[in-house]
Design a protein around this ligand. Structure first.
Ligand SMILES: Cc1cc2nc3c(=O)[nH]c(=O)nc-3n(C[C@H](O)[C@H](O)[C@H](O)COP(=O)(O)OP(=O)(O)OC[C@H]3O[C@@H](n4cnc5c(N)ncnc54)[C@H](O)[C@@H]3O)c2cc1C
Length: 395
């Protein structure tokens, strides 16, 4: 079968579904090819998002939100702790499967064609269009190809975009019988718990007895991620929350960090995890992916209207991305460079330094999980000695 569509999107995750909806709502032809047979499964996510996510994608949040998070306890490797927030809702815990399925339904309602169990096998540029080979459908042509195909993107590889600078390896589980504060996330850092990143406990119900727990590690550790997960459950610091838990299902996944310098080439754009549009400080990619998807869809629609899909017509996507979120992601990568080299005693030292009423007040007031760098000038203004601390860290 051979068809010609305006836009083909590879991947039916949040980024791909959102772009499909936007383009289809303007009356243009758009096809989404998704290799899995069910949208949103298997889940590879802890489901913690900022309140902005629902402002972008305009869906009814009531059926998707499982819990509201007002604060976080951050535990050092030696269990010194800082408690931040507690004042207002900073984040939502979502049912990720329902979220993905709602986004894809919205795209279908606008007329986007969703092809499940259809994997992109290969793609090449032929004159002014892209020719795709799709597992079941076969040959398919499009004017514009959007790679929303996740961390191991085949679109990224096929069109020689830069690969991510780093992949984090993640593992998680849904648990019962936990003993958590229902509105607080517990975060644990340290070489023995989660080398190169952190571990989390996210309550999913309003009495803290159900939760999502997990951790991510850098890719070059001596032990594998399952080892750290088993250790996390039995650990002295974490056991008070996890004694007698029942583990219902274990998930795994990877998180790409470090976006490519260019997000577009003639007739092709990358978005979401495929473009490593992920916050390097938290690994969260739903907000950053949707925000970028919004810009990607705007530029795609303008290109369809002009019937021009050259590099020059697509470069506006890059500009919008950098202005609105790319700058923040770059700052996050700089922070990560420092964080991943910290030793346990240094982490403990800085957590203790932050156990200060003045500092905690500033973090609680200005802390923003989507734009953490905005906190830095506020902190330095309130507590200038932190500038010296930061300089020492960079050294
Ligand atoms: C352990 C873990 C915890 C996380 N927790 C959070 C969190 O709490 N909050 C948060 O914001 N983010 C979190 N993330 C990140 C978040 O899950 C991703 O950033 C988000 O899913 C990216 O959406 P996407 O649409 O860009 O890509 P994806 O959701 O990965 O979707 C890509 C889609 O493309 C499909 N695909 C891939 N290759 C092909 C192909 N060749 N042909 C057809 N289809 C293909 C895949 O099947 C998939 O459905 C977490 C990730 C992990 C691994």
């Amino acid at each position: 079968m051979e068809n010609k569509y305006d836009v083909s999107i590879i991947g039916g995750g949040p980024s791909g579904a959102f772009i499909a909806e936007k383009i289809a709502s303007e009356g243009y032809n758009v096809s989404v090819f998704e290799k899995k047979d069910t949208i949103g499964e298997p889940i590879k996510c802890a489901g913690l998002v900022s309140t902005r996510v629902f402002e972008i994608c305009n869906i009814n949040k009531e059926k998707i939100i499982q819990n509201k998070i007002t604060g976080a306890n951050i535990h050092s490797p030696y269990d010194n702790c800082i408690r931040i927030g507690g004042d207002r809702v900073h984040a939502f815990v979502i049912d990720r499967k329902k979220f993905d399925q709602t986004l894809i339904k919205k795209a279908m309602d606008q007329g986007a064609k969703i092809h499940l169990e259809n994997e992109l096998i290969s793609a090449k540029k032929i004159r002014e269009h892209i020719e795709l080979k799709i597992s079941k459908i076969g040959k398919h042509k499009c004017n514009l190809l959007i790679g929303a195909d996740g961390p191991k993107s085949i679109v990224r590889r096929t069109f020689s975009f830069q690969e991510p600078k780093e992949f984090l390896i993640g593992i998680g589980a849904e648990i019962e019988n936990s003993n958590l504060n229902s509105n607080f996330v517990e975060i644990f850092i340290g070489e023995k718990i989660a080398p190169g990143f952190f571990a989390w406990m996210i309550p999913t119900n309003n009495n803290g007895t159900r939760a999502r727990i997990g951790l991510c590690i850098k890719s070059n550790t001596k032990k594998n991620v399952k080892y750290y997960f088993n250790n996390f459950i039995k650990n002295k610091i974490t056991s008070k929350y996890l004694k007698n838990i029942k583990i219902n299902n274990i998930i795994g996944g990877i998180i790409p960090l470090g976006p490519p310098k260019k997000l577009y080439k003639s007739n092709v754009m990358l978005v979401g995890d495929a473009a490593s549009q992920v916050k390097p400080t938290s690994g969260g990619g739903i907000y950053t992916g949707l925000l970028s998807a919004n810009f990607c869809s705007k530029v795609a629609i303008e290109s369809i209207e002009k019937n021009k899909f050259t590099k020059d017509n697509l470069k506006k996507y890059q500009k919008l991305y950098i202005k609105n979120i790319g700058g923040e992601i770059s700052k996050g990568m700089k922070f990560r460079k420092i964080f991943k080299h910290l030793k346990d005693n240094q982490m403990d030292y800085y957590i203790k330094k932050f156990q200060n009423k003045k500092i905690i007040e500033i973090i609680s007031k200005y802390g923003d999980i989507d734009y953490p760098s905005k906190l830095v000038p506020k902190l330095i203004k309130k507590s200038p000695s932190l500038l010296k601390t930061a300089t020492n860290l960079i050294k």
